[in-house]
Ligand binder design. Sequence first.
Ligand code: HEM
Length: 170
Amino acid sequence: MTDKTEALRHDPILSGRHFNETESRIAVASHPIHAMMVAFPIAAAFGTLGCDVFYWMSGDEFWARAALWATGSGFIFGVLAGIAGTIELLSVPGIRIRASSWTHFILAMTLLSVMGGNWGLRLDDPAAAILPYGILLSTLCMLMTGLTGWHGGKLVFDYQIGTQRGISKD
Ligand code: HEM
């Protein structure tokens, strides 16, 4: 028996009957909707921090309004992407069995809470909210977006989650 076959016999995930099914169910022609949508909150999180920095440097209220829209749209698209990801997580056996999927979920929910807070803080007066709390929240959002996105990539590139091929047993 090869080392790989031996490992498969003892790996509860790889040897499980349905747990090697990782194919996306919330998809268009096998392309996961979640993976297509996450580009928007990622870009918005980085864009919000950029707008905050430009406001700090220039004092131009245009950037404060742009940051309000960026963080609001990032939050809404993040929630929509999160809904697609959560349905995927709960409905695909090979996704929900992986501890890493739940780590990504917890990171993403924390990120969305901070992003929502960053939006809410600015609703009354977008310019007054930026220094210091808005820009600090934007920095936290950017760091958390990097961490959440990196972890999402780990699911796809390390475990082939959401892909058609799944993890082969041979
Ligand atoms: C809120 C709950 C979330 C859940 C349950 C979730 C779940 C998943 C799952 C199952 C995948 C694997 C691909 C697929 O099957 O679609 C994935 C990939 C990914 N997720 Fe999430 N996700 C969530 C939120 C987010 C958010 C808010 C972001 C934005 C930062 C994000 C960023 C990513 C990225 C970048 C990938 C890799 C996509 C690729 O490279 O193709 N996820 N996520």
